[in-house]
Design a binder for this molecule. Sequence first.
Ligand code: HEC
Ligand code: HEC
Ligand code: HEC
Ligand code: HEC
Length: 401
Amino acid sequence: MHAYSIMDPVWISLQNKQQVHNLANGVEIGDFCVQCHSPVAALTDLVENHTELSAEVINTFPPQVKEGVTCDACHLTTHLPDPTNISIVNHDYETVDFKLYSGDTRYGILDDPIDNDFHNSVYHPGYDKSEFCQNCHNLTVDERNAEITQFEWEGTAFQAMGMECQSCHMPTYAGQATVDGPERDNLHRHFFPGIDEALIDFPGKTEQRQAIEDLLQSAAEINFFDTPPDTITAGIVWNAKLIVSNNTGHNFPSGTTFPRQLWIELIATIGNDTLLASGRLNADGNLLDFYTDPGNELDPQLHMFNTILFNAEGDSGLLVVSIENMVAMTDRTLPVSGSRTVNYSINIPAGIAGELLVSARLRFRSFPPFYLRHLNLESLIGNVNIFDVDILTEMIYVSSS
Ligand code: HEC
Ligand code: HEC
Ligand code: HEC
Ligand code: HEC
């Protein structure tokens, strides 16, 4: 995902849109987006026309830039960086702290590197620490929390147990770090799985998909809050209370939470009768959330775990507000080391009898279709995968009296 970060069509489209939007208000955000998505481009002031970036333009750039967060963006780091704060008030947008010192030395975590003809290799104890990632993975806007994966992780049991970002996102494997290098059992995968997948042709897609599936397997759990009864008598509204617990090292979702969709699909049926169906997609592939159904009439019991941004005018949402214009954010993500409970009212009409089947899935995807349409990326919609993080099924007997 780091190699993809500047070729990412969603990033390119949103970058241009935000530049145009801010310029219309007299604000120049310059390399604000570029600095984290391609540090070398920002550090060399390569991007001249910020409003018209495209894959064609980026393809004319040198490889170190096209590779986004390239090897050197990390392996020239000599000190742990600070988290990033931008200031709308002071129009101060290019503030990422890079501790990169060019030269012949590449730093890393191997304490017995083998000499080579290309660069010196030096051990650095900071490379397995979370703080290593925080210049890009922790953003505040005038000190207000925006994308704060590092702050969410700090002070948790994960930190106490030595579970750093790398522990989960760079799992170890045995192999060779380099062609003809020695066999080692302490190497680290560089797929950096989260939820993102390349939506265009890109190397390593199959491996990335597998790494995401592996990561998400135990990321969260969905359970009944109380043990459900064996039998229910018809003619009542049964209140199904579920608890969704987060096992990740930060909130879930984290980082760019606003376009992410994490939600519960809950279906309750008796025979061919559907008593409740919530969290299903419409014909366009969208959830019936407030973007699709502002009156919240079609799926009133929908439960999503997301954030909504607000600008100074009080307008909200993905389509209107972006992070650099944010003054407030509501947060319905699953808290780190925590959980959320949700209630579903299932109306069981009098006279009905049989087996009530309740099936709930916790589902996660990077982007909803309406958002990709908004960015003129309709053709990529089919490439977004939905991952089922956990599934819960229960059978309860309903007696008519
Ligand atoms: C402080 C560093 C930083 C800055 C500045 C920044 N980003 Fe990002 N961006 C990130 C990180 C880190 C992620 C991955 C986080 C995640 O997936 O939750 C990300 C993810 C994204 C994604 C989601 C990528 C995908 O394919 O899922 C988009 C789109 C994006 N950024 C657009 C922008 C735009 C547009 C700007 C400028 C207005 C911007 N970013 C500025 C660090 C930054
Ligand atoms: C205990 C394991 C664990 C640790 C520690 C951990 N993560 Fe994660 N991370 C996950 C899992 C599981 C997911 C997928 C669920 C989610 O999106 O939150 C994830 C997702 C992410 C995402 C994508 C989030 C999104 O919703 O777009 C980013 C970015 C990320 N992690 C960065 C980090 C950083 C930076 C750190 C260190 C501060 C870190 N992670 C620590 C397990 C972990
Ligand atoms: C986003 C930052 C980042 C990028 C980009 C990155 N690395 Fe790493 N790399 C790390 C970190 C962090 C470690 C150590 C992980 C740990 O100890 O937990 C590491 C470890 C290594 C090691 C030591 C062996 C191992 O697997 O631990 C080598 C060699 C290496 N990286 C080479 C590369 C090359 C080559 C590239 C580009 C193709 C690259 N890295 C891109 C962060 C990065
Ligand atoms: C120079 C900035 C930078 C540094 C340093 C950096 N990242 Fe990232 N990272 C990004 C950007 C930008 C993206 C989003 C790329 C995209 O999808 O467009 C990203 C994406 C990710 C993702 C995938 C997120 C998703 O939604 O799937 C994970 C996981 C991640 N980074 C973990 C790490 C970890 C762990 C470290 C430290 C070892 C680290 N990053 C260091 C900029 C950085």
